[in-house]
Write a protein that binds this ligand. Structure first.
Ligand SMILES: [Zn+2]
Length: 451
């Protein structure tokens, strides 16, 4: 589908396009507005930071490596970041330390401005705030501005300077410099590559750093991912603050939440936030997947280090969806520990948790709020016990892989299949399914020429 096609907005493409441009043009700043005749051929690289100072820093680093000076404009009144936040302020200062120009990204609508005299006053005020905020030395102070979310009024402001600051939308630039912009995550006028192909003498490329990520994605995905990670880091600093101050973090749950976030820094916090935001069924189902992933991770570790069986073989057999292997039962068999010992609660409780999962997956009601909460807490507790940090599974014992017959299939895979057959009752598996899986594996092994 055309609509699903990504546009190539990632950091390696950014580096490529910039390198092509640097080879053809001297990169300059908005000082071209002070003396038009001094600059006949040039490129201006400008970044309006609407959402992501972190991505802006990533671009600043690439530019510094290529010896490019560009201009970053900072928004004081945006909703996606605040330059007053300590971490954001540091990012912006770091960008300036690379030698890039810092400008003002100005939202006239925020001030309700409709005439040029008020415009000058407000720009002067915001530029003063930004200079003080970033502690910019006299030689590096804000000397230019660009409009954020242009309006008919701001489009009519075409003078070279307002309040002594250079205007990125000045008439001179509009009339003499070829321009393109990645507003909203796609090229508005022409692509950067097309602009280079046209070979004009003077160019201005405007990017919004939030669109240029390590891996490309659709613009809305980038916005949501930015918002989620911003929310998560705010939550983490909140819970860390309480922890350091030895204060309670009252969540309504009885499990030590702070530890879970520490144990699994990204997933743990994401899961807890989902629950606390009120998405309880989703959080419970996610916790179940998380729990199963943790079991599978331990299984793979066991096979890799204890049995020298490759992860790919284990994946191909034990994770085959037709087998429906409960990885917890496999762990229990391999480590010769009961399910209760592994989980810290009885097998019948585990079966009840699985019934809750099945009911939710199939859209049935009947799992009460209290039951869901208990199941969620027990799962989180079990994941903690099965974590790498837990010492429960350090010493597997008594595992004897069975001797193999036949030569068509790898020894590893054959051995695994025979082990499954021998333990099918304990693993709650159908013997017929294991045999069918074995047949398929053998056919596959013959097809690809064995191991
Ligand atoms: Zn903007």
């Amino acid at each position: 589908m055309d609509i699903d096609r990504l546009q190539g907005f990632d950091l390696s493409e950014y580096r490529r396009l910039l390198a092509v441009m640097v080879a053809r043009y001297p990169c300059v700043g908005f000082e071209v507005l002070d003396s038009h005749s001094a600059f006949s051929k040039f490129a201006i690289v400008r970044h309006d930071i609407d959402m992501s100072p972190a991505q802006a820093l990533a671009l600043a680093r690439i530019e510094a490596n290529l010896g490019v000076r560009s201009t970053y404009t900072v928004l004081l009144s945006g909703e996606f970041y605040s330059p007053f936040e300590r971490s954001t302020r540091e990012l912006l200062r770091e960008i300036g330390n690379f030698g890039h120009d810092i400008g003002l990204h100005f939202d006239a609508a925020w001030h309700g401005i409709e005439n040029e005299s008020d415009l000058c006053e407000a720009i002067k005020w915001e530029a003063g705030v930004l200079n003080r905020l970033l502690e910019l030395p006299a030689s590096r102070q804000v000397k230019m501005f660009s409009f954020h979310n242009t309006t008919p009024f701001t489009m009519s402001c075409k003078a070279s300077h307002y309040a002594g600051l250079r205007n990125a939308c000045a008439a001179y630039l509009q009339e003499n410099v070829q321009y393109t912009s990645d507003s909203n995550g796609y090229w508005i006028h022409r692509s950067w590559q097309q602009l280079l192909d046209e070979q004009p003498d003077r160019v201005q490329v405007l990017t919004h750093p939030e669109w240029w990520s390590a891996a490309d994605a659709h613009p809305a995905e980038k916005v949501c991912s930015h918002l989620a990670s911003r929310g998560r880091s705010t939550w983490i600093s909140y819970r860390t603050l309480l922890q350091k101050a030895n204060r309670q973090n009252r969540t309504g749950l009885s499990v030590a939440l702070s530890e879970f976030g520490e144990l699994f820094p990204n997933d743990g916090d994401r899961l807890m936030m989902l629950w606390l935001e009120g998405y309880r069924s989703e959080a419970f189902l996610e916790a179940f997947c998380f729990f199963e992933r943790q079991c599978r991770r331990l299984l793979r570790r066991y096979f890799r280090f204890e049995q020298r069986i490759t992860g790919a073989t284990v994946q191909a057999i034990l994770s085959d969806y037709r087998l429906k292997l409960d990885p917890l039962f496999a762990l229990s068999a391999f480590y010769e520990k009961s399910v209760g010992e592994l989980l810290g609660f009885p097998l019948r409780t585990y079966r009840k948790i699985k019934r809750h999962r099945d009911r939710l997956v199939h859209g049935y009601d009947g799992v009460s709020r209290a039951e869901l909460m208990i199941s969620f807490e027990l799962l989180i507790q079990a994941v903690g016990r099965l974590s790498e940090r837990g010492s429960l599974l350090d010493n597997p014992s008594g595992i004897r892989m069975l001797p193999t017959k036949g030569t068509a299939l790898c020894r590893d895979a054959e051995s695994l299949l025979r082990w499954l057959e021998a333990n099918h009752k304990r693993l709650d598996l159908s013997l017929q399914t294991i045999r069918q899986l074995g047949q398929r594996q053998r056919q596959l092994a013959i097809k690809v020429g064995g191991c």
